[in-house]
Design a protein around this ligand. Sequence first.
Ligand SMILES: [Zn+2]
Length: 777
Amino acid sequence: ATLLRNAIVVSFIREVKSSIEKTYSKYRKVDLKMVIKPNIITDRILHAMATGNWPGGRTGVSQILDRTNMLSTLSHLRRVVSPLARAQPHFEARELHFTSWGRMCPFETPEGANIGLVKNLALMAHVSVGYDEREVEQLLIQLGVKPLTEILEELRERVRRGEGSSPAEYISWSKVYLNGRLIGVHPNGGELASRIRELRRQGKLSPEVNVAFFRGEYLNEVYVNCDAGRIRRPLLVVENGELKLRPEHVKMLKNGSLKFEDLVKKGVIEYLDPDEEENAYIALTPSEITKEHTHLEIWLPGTLGIVASIIPYPEHNQSPRNIYEAAMGKQSLGLYAANFQRRMDSRGHFLHYPQKPLVQTRALDVIGYNEKPAGQNMIVAVLTYTGYNIEDAVIMNKSSIERGLGRSTFFRVYTTVEYKYPGGQEDKLTVPSSDIRGYKGPRAYEKLEEDGIVAPETNVSGGDVLIGKVSPSRFMATQELTGSEQAKQDTSIVMRHGEKGVVDMVMITTDNDGNKLVKVRVRDLRIPELGDKFASRHGQKGVVGLIIPQYDMPFTEEGITPDLIINPHAFPSRMTVGQLIESIAGKVAALEGRLVDGTPFYKEDPERLMIVLKKHGYPETGEEAMYDGRTGELLKAPVFIGVVYYQKLHHMVSDKIHARARGPVQILTRQPTEGRARAGGLRWGEMEVDCLVGHGAAALLKESMIERSDKAVIYVCELCGHIGYYDKIRGRYVCPIHKEKGVLKPVEVSYSFKLLLQELMSMSVMPRIMLGDVREG
Ligand SMILES: [Zn+2]
């Protein structure tokens, strides 16, 4: 904030100064009202906040909150971004450091350029807010710290008395640093540190203060920290081998008469920063506490971040799979906000029937995932069937989809404002008439009502105008010349190319400046189809490869058909054993009508789950005999089948499917535009060209690169090889060198090649095209 303020004030002053100088140099009276534009500072701050671009080239300072689902929102709020350049290796900065235990999630980091630089806080981690430094300094002096100023005074006195300048007696004392600043020395640093801790636990010192004492061969220092921005984590205090947390505390916590913060005030729990943790000896479980221990971990799964803590049995997975899931959990569709129907987010997805996972982790209740889940419990068989689930594809049960499995809705909001301009000009929301510049043809406007806005429940698709708007021309001059209506331009809001949907809600209101503001929300039903992406909570993702009617799906002896069939080859190399356990646990949950706990380190024992399965009359391995739904024959091997929680990811084919025959071209190169949003073509790149060259497919190559792309005919002089131009008076092409004596021949080239030649000419290079004989036939 300070940075922003300074930068803006500096540029503001510079601007005012230059405009005063300008007026003054014209011998005019300086009018402050004219010189200082009233909104300039507000506008600058708003612009910086909206774009995240801070003055001085810093980007990403403010970001748009991720609302894909509840998890992604929370995770975004706890993200820690390193300012280090991602282009450089910075190996040490990216590595998982031991002081990150309990502070940063070991799993949640992006893959690729930002790996290890973008981190997320662990569940229990807390960022210090700071405490008054002067007060702490006073306290330290009271506790016997000798300030540097006093020592200096003493030494000066000694020099005056001719006793030399050696501070001999202080050499052995401990140096005391407050927030990294040397403030003085203390005869016994260890004692000072334990005295500070004692005061803090008695509630006589802010719990924001941390102290660490370091003693080594050349080291004798006390670090006292009370500044903001340290990442700290709570631990249970152990004194003389005894836990300060008593059973009565737990009872009071349960009945609500005591809060977590009260335990911090009582000194039962304390927050340690990385410095102080160096002095601590922390037990992992109550049973291992000895006389030497100073603390006990509160809850081991609290070392994970928000997204990683939804994974059941993560300690049974190969570590990278948990990292993949930490990235994918943020892309799954669910209930991102309970009031989504009243909101006007610029875009959003929600799953129609989100479910609580049958296999839970205890963190799910803590973070509120069970209230806003993002997935569904599916019956999953691990089986190769029909061949359409090769290479991570999955087969889905058509009847399950018809019952609502994986069904979601996408919506997008289109916005416009009816602005008023200086000089009495203003925008108008209306159905534009055909004489307005940029008129899109009558078809585009046919869904508009008289007020120029579409009605709710109208079916709309790409290219349809949702809000008709007419604005005054950007060039005032042309307007004065031609008069009123003709100079106006069409600034209607058009539905995005390639999207379809139904108008869900129309909102008409005013903005802060009193201008009319219209928002139109369009919804689109998304039923799972071929190519949609699904993933379990173990980094096992796949796309739908085939949708089979229930009667053709394989079935068990009881007649159970799976919702989803995944390929067994997804397991051996990836080693996501956690998913296999979840499958068995989910089956137990379904059979017993209860939730199973898959919290890491505190989970329900998988061996016991197998016994429960056996008790219910199922094979304990989770495998069952199954029959082919098409033939009724018994499948040769037993099939592993159970209940697994699957997430629908927001990558859907309907957002990506794209083809074009004709369409827009770039103005400069005349080549087709790129990208789905611009109705672009699919690039036939250099490597693909080499492929056709290698096959000798010259005709196809010519068609792809010339005819279907940027074909152009240029006229080249046979004598000198220069490109000729058209002389309108003579009605023929002329050579720039030989004039009308030139012999000009039409040559088919790609327009971008012609552009290249002319760019070379602009750099004083003279490219020439030497023409040969045209081969007949
Ligand atoms: Zn010529």
